[in-house]
Design a protein around this ligand. Structure first.
Ligand SMILES: Cc1cc2nc3c(=O)[nH]c(=O)nc-3n(C[C@H](O)[C@H](O)[C@H](O)COP(=O)(O)O)c2cc1C
Length: 243
């Protein structure tokens, strides 16, 4: 006999579901709150395994994980950041430039471990199912691995900070990354003193979270979302606190 199925047959139980949403809503990009304590290898192995179970176009699994502990190498990456950050600051005018200068945008030396997650476009041969018309799908897949790791880290009590203000060519030289391989994400990883309730850029008055209802369209771009759904998107009803 076929067992009866309901719409929620495959749903997680309440505790597991709440755990997943808690990781999503309380995850933060961490820059200023790192503690120096090392990341235990068993925890690191769980994070890497979570990343390795990300979806990928054609199941190509284009990612590799460079674990960077060495202080001298991290110092070189920090110098790359300092150079790029000075260039970036100059792109913002007047008050914005001054506000930019006050932001802390990396934790390269404060965190005990840095990770570079890369994408190898040749991992599954020249023609990949699902990537025939949009070649960037390999890098999108790598970002899925980053996100799995980021959420798993939050569940383990570890913070992650993404550092993208780096010249990618110089970064590849410092890390000895082969020409064809793309450094998709440079991450700082470690335990934290706190997880802020809101994004640091929001707390600094740089940008606010956009109203979700303005971002959801029905059927065609610009058309309103179904009324029943739109009514539920307004209030930011999720739990954002760390508790
Ligand atoms: C692709 C990507 C690149 C990012 N690069 C940087 C960066 O270079 N420096 C930084 O401080 N934060 C960086 N961030 C973090 C964002 O600023 C942060 O995710 C955003 O402000 C929302 O905050 P939250 O992650 O705490 O929710 C990056 C995030 C993403 C997804």
């Amino acid at each position: 006999m076929i067992p009866a199925m309901s719409a929620s047959t495959f749903a997680f139980d309440d505790v597991a579901r709440q755990g997943l949403y808690r990781a999503i809503f309380s995850r933060r990009d961490v820059r200023a709150q790192f503690r120096p304590d090392p990341v235990p290898v068993d925890v690191l192995a769980r994070l890497l395994r979570a990343a390795h179970h990300a979806p990928s176009v054609g199941f190509m699994q284009p990612w590799s994980f460079l674990l960077i502990e060495d202080k001298a190498i991290r110092q070189q990456v920090k110098s790359l950041f300092d150079r790029a950050n000075a260039e970036a600051r100059a792109m913002f005018e007047d008050d914005k430039g001054a506000a930019y200068a006050r932001l802390k945008l990396e934790g390269i030396l404060d965190s005990p471990l840095n990770l570079c997650i890369t994408c190898d476009p040749d991992r599954a041969g020249p023609v990949v199912i699902g990537r025939t018309h949009i070649p960037e799908m390999d890098e999108y897949s790598t970002v899925c691995a980053v996100m799995n790791l980021w959420l798993a880290a939050r569940a383990e009590g570890l913070g992650v900070g993404w550092v993208s203000i780096l010249d990618p060519v110089s970064l590849k030289e410092v890390l000895g990354i082969p020409a064809r391989v793309v450094p998709v994400a440079y991450l700082c990883l470690g335990y934290v003193t706190e997880f802020l309730d809101k994004p640091e850029l929001e707390l600094a008055g740089w940008r606010q979270r956009l109203p979700l209802e303005d971002l959801v369209h029905g059927d065609r771009w610009g058309a309103k979302a179904p009324a029943g759904l739109a009514g539920l998107l307004g209030a930011d009803g999720h739990q954002t606190s760390n508790s």
